[in-house]
Design a protein around this ligand. Sequence first.
Ligand code: NAP
Length: 259
Amino acid sequence: MDLGIKGKRALVCASSKGLGRGCAEALAEAGVSLVLNARGAEALKATAEAIRSRYGVEATAVAADITSESGRAEVLAAAGDVDILVTNAGGPPPGLWSDWDRDDFIAALDANMLTPIALMTALMPGMAERGWGRVVNITSQSVKAPIAQLGLSNAARTGLTGYVAGTARQVAPMGVIVNNLLPGIHATDRADALDGGVSKSEGISLEEARARRAATIPARRYGTAEEFGAMCAYLCSQHAGFIVGQNILLDGGGINATL
Ligand code: NAP
């Protein structure tokens, strides 16, 4: 399928690895030129080079913390007028409800709610002026069903979801289409880190920890960054203009719900 976005420009945040990289690659395959971002310069440079040589599109790398004001300013200056925005950042740390104080919540809200909102606020006016734009926010399955030990993530991402629900309907008349993508368990470094913790605490191998978690998913496997990226690219395509303010779950059937 021709996604109809060849020649567009995208900013994909937190994209040297994992789900962000999956989105960047799928957009590059559709002919979109990219501004990529992550904190670690080396991995980011390698990803940008790989994308340039594989897909023949421009890929500018900006090494910066997207959750800080100065990092965002740097990324936005390099991005200029983009047509497509994919927001992403690392998730907050796990813990127990009684562990977290105000500062922990402020940090989580800054990273996973206020950062994507600031990026949308900065870039959507230009999209609206030009009459075309696409925004995909990478959130989490925790928006549909809470993950108890990720209370900071549950709270911050649900706040973003509420914001998007209203805002998506305000900008749709200007041709700006905003949706959220909700990852369930995907095979990335983050999943490895979580499985590594279980392997240590339960005295089992990493493979065993992975196999146990995969067994809880009806698809009996983890999702891939490529599958995730393909859905992201579709939501950024010409064909997605009637999909407004939706929360699209990619979880292999993990959340047992009718709707
Ligand atoms: P990942 O494999 O660990 O990759 C994270 C990427 O984001 C890396 O490129 C990392 O590079 C970059 N990054 C992290 N913090 C950043 C920051 N503050 N500023 C700029 N770049 C940053 O993680 P992932 O699995 O793709 O997860 C992406 C998001 O989806 C996370 O918010 C995660 O919580 C959420 N999620 C993932 C899963 C899953 O199963 N994988 C499930 C639900 C939700 P640097 O470290 O060099 O900055």
